[in-house]
Ligand binder design. Structure first.
Ligand code: NAD
Length: 282
């Protein structure tokens, strides 16, 4: 059987990483975005990422050239007509994704699989925007994609076993580690990680300990590679707040209420590393 052709929608942080992973594994990849500059930036990011591997002698210059040549670019979703699997990694917005899913459904082959990298939107809901609900699944990659091994595979209400099995095999074939998760707010990683970070912010707000002491406690007492507040600065306080809101709304359970200090810091524009100030200054 020929190697499946992969489509990627969105050439941003996640999209170009996903394109790289499949291209390095030998798949032809068609990466699409709404505008050419976004595509050019995405391909430049892949080029730089592969060049670092060449410099570290983890990849040959020939293998890099082959991987890059596997990626073609288009601003037209119609270019995905020949794809066997499309991974949607466009901006996190329900209306936008519903629109993209309906359009993809119209252009893709009837037997092709449509996956979303969404962090927070219901796969069941996205599937219902198509006439191929059984062939819709969540593929939740982690940032940075070339480095992180995990892919949460999210089964929507309608996802068939055949779809799951095919996507699981493809995930392993690109060297990633799939875990099966049922469609539910935050899936597994964000469901567990974000409440822990949120609790650290509660502790800070209550004056339990300094940011450094809270982070040291979790690093040295639980062997975490990084403390929860330093990690929140990396993720972005706004992103952490958005996930807590998804969990709070999704479960209607007060245990997921965002810490007041987190809300206030986001209001102040202190979003972590990307703004130079969060729980620490940069
Ligand atoms: P990003 O802003 O870096 O990239 C999004 C890209 O989508 C942009 O290039 C934008 O031009 C493009 N886009 C917007 N509308 C489009 C359309 N109609 N058709 C095609 N392309 C379109 O965002 P990101 O961080 O890469 O996030 C993408 C998805 O991945 C989101 O669903 C997000 O929840 C999810 N995700 C993000 C992370 C992360 O750490 N950044 C981790 C896991 C999952």
């Amino acid at each position: 059987m020929n190697s499946p052709i992969i489509g990627v929608v969105g050439a941003g942080t996640m999209g170009n990483g996903i394109a790289q992973a499949f291209a390095v594994a030998g798949h032809a990849v068609v990466m699409t975005d709404i505008a050419q500059p976004a595509l050019d930036r995405g391909l430049k990011t892949v080029d730089a990422s592969l060049e670092r591997l060449v410099k570290k002698e983890k990849m040959t210059a020939d293998a890099k050239a082959t991987a890059l040549a596997n990626i073609t670019l288009s601003t037209d979703l119609g270019a995905l007509a020949g794809a066997d699997l499309v991974v949607e990694a466009a901006t996190e917005n329900l209306g936008l994704k519903l629109d993209v899913f309906a359009k993809l459904d119209a252009v893709m082959k009837p037997d092709a699989i449509l996956a979303s990298n969404t962090s927070s939107i219901s796969i069941t809901r996205l599937a219902a925007a198509t006439r191929r609900a059984g062939q819709v699944i969540g593929m939740h990659f982690f940032n940075p994609v070339p480095v992180m091994q995990l892919v949460e595979l999210i089964r929507g209400q309608q996802t068939t076993d055949a779809t799951y099995t095919a996507v699981e095999a493809l995930t392993r074939a690109v060297g990633k580690a799939p875990v099966a998760v049922r469609n539910s707010p935050g899936f597994v990683v964000n469901r567990l990680l974000c409440p822990m970070i949120n609790e650290a912010v509660f502790a800070l707000g209550e004056g339990l300990a300094t940011p450094q002491a809270i982070d040291d406690a979790m690093r040295l007492g639980c062997n975490h590679p990084i403390g929860p507040l330093a990690l929140c600065d990396m993720i972005g306080l706004d992103v952490e707040l958005a996930v807590m809101q998804v969990l709070f709304e999704g479960f209607k359970d007060s245990k997921y209420r965002p810490a007041p200090l987190l809300v206030e810091m986001v209001e102040a524009g202190w979003l972590g590393r990307k703004t130079g100030r969060g729980f620490y200054t940069y």
